[in-house]
Design a protein around this ligand. Structure first.
Ligand SMILES: [Zn+2]
Ligand SMILES: [Zn+2]
Length: 182
């Protein structure tokens, strides 16, 4: 799935959930972008540092490796979560993480629509590496995701059930490419 543009969603949420306060004139107070492929430990973050190599940085970054294979609602939920952080920092101007202001705004947003829910934790499974293969047992048909092909590995279930727990050629797994569809 190609990464969807974030700015239109940002502007929509800004009007819908933040009374337009995250945009001054036509300029967002915070920039929004996709990460490169390396941001794997979180679905997204908001940062505001006065100086970073001489430049002021205020941005929301969403993780492309974490979110690219998830439905659009996961992108929206993550972006909205980070926009609450930006709103607390730039509009309320209070030092707060997931505190009372965060929870209050999160509740309002969650009860105002059914498309997505904002949560405090970005509870998405963070893939170290997405499985690329289905391993399929020719005997029982069981399919399991594998990151890489493994030669000669046999279906444990069939070996235990039909072959007294011994490896047997009739249940050596076949590998087929796993396709992601979203
Ligand atoms: Zn947060
Ligand atoms: Zn099997």
């Amino acid at each position: 799935m190609p990464l969807i543009p974030l700015l239109p969603i940002f502007h929509r949420f800004n009007r819908q959930f933040f009374d337009g306060l995250l945009v001054k004139g036509t300029k967002p107070l915070v920039s929004v972008r996709w990460s490169d492929g390396r941001l794997r430990n979180t679905a997204g973050f908001y940062r505001h540092s006065k100086r970073l190599g001489g430049q002021k940085v205020c941005e929301i970054v969403l993780s492309s490796p974490v979110l690219e294979n998830l439905p659009e609602s996961a992108v929206e939920s993550t972006l909205c979560h980070e926009m609450i952080h930006a709103w607390i920092d730039l509009v309320l101007k209070v030092p707060e993480g997931h505190g009372p202001n965060f929870f209050a705004r999160m509740k309002t947003i969650n009860s105002s629509q059914n498309r997505f829910q904002v949560t405090v934790r970005h509870k998405y499974p963070v893939p170290i590496k997405l499985p690329k293969w289905w391993a399929i047992c020719p005997s029982c048909g069981l399919k399991s995701p594998y990151k890489r092909r493994v030669k000669g590995v046999a279906c444990r279930h069939c070996c235990e059930t039909f072959h007294g727990g011994k490896w047997h050629a009739s249940c050596v797994l076949h590998f087929e490419p796993l396709r992601y569809e979203h």
